[in-house]
Write a protein that binds this ligand. Structure first.
Ligand code: FES
Length: 107
């Protein structure tokens, strides 16, 4: 189990216990904690509705693949710290990660 901190769209932070050995990606973890993530593509890295900003620990994440970069490129509010949560599989190197949810809320 690792600990990551999640900041929601209005700035509230919560520490989450995240299992790193059950095969869930970070988008699925956030949904399990009832964050409002649409994930319309089901984790294929093409809808961008799981857009997050990494506030701390980016150096411990695997690099983006081309697909993730292409999708992030379509977002007007993406920056160098942007990632797609569905493309990140928690592992022990990610202890202490701090992320902020950037994707727009479902309307
Ligand atoms: S769930 Fe669609 S890009 Fe992550």
């Amino acid at each position: 189990m690792i600990n990551i901190t999640v900041e929601d769209r209005i700035g509230n932070r919560q520490d989450l216990d995240v299992p790193e050995d059950v095969g869930l990606n970070l988008m699925e973890v956030l949904k399990a904690y009832e964050y409002d993530i649409q994930a319309t593509c089901g984790g294929m890295g093409i809808c961008a509705t799981c857009h997050i900003e990494v506030l701390k620990g980016a150096e411990n994440l695997p690099d983006c693949n081309d697909n993730e970069l292409d999708t992030l490129d379509t977002l007007p509010d993406a920056d160098n710290n942007s990632r797609l949560a569905c493309q990140i599989r928690p592992n022990e190197d990610m202890e202490g990660l701090v992320i902020k949810i950037k994707a727009l809320q479902e309307v």
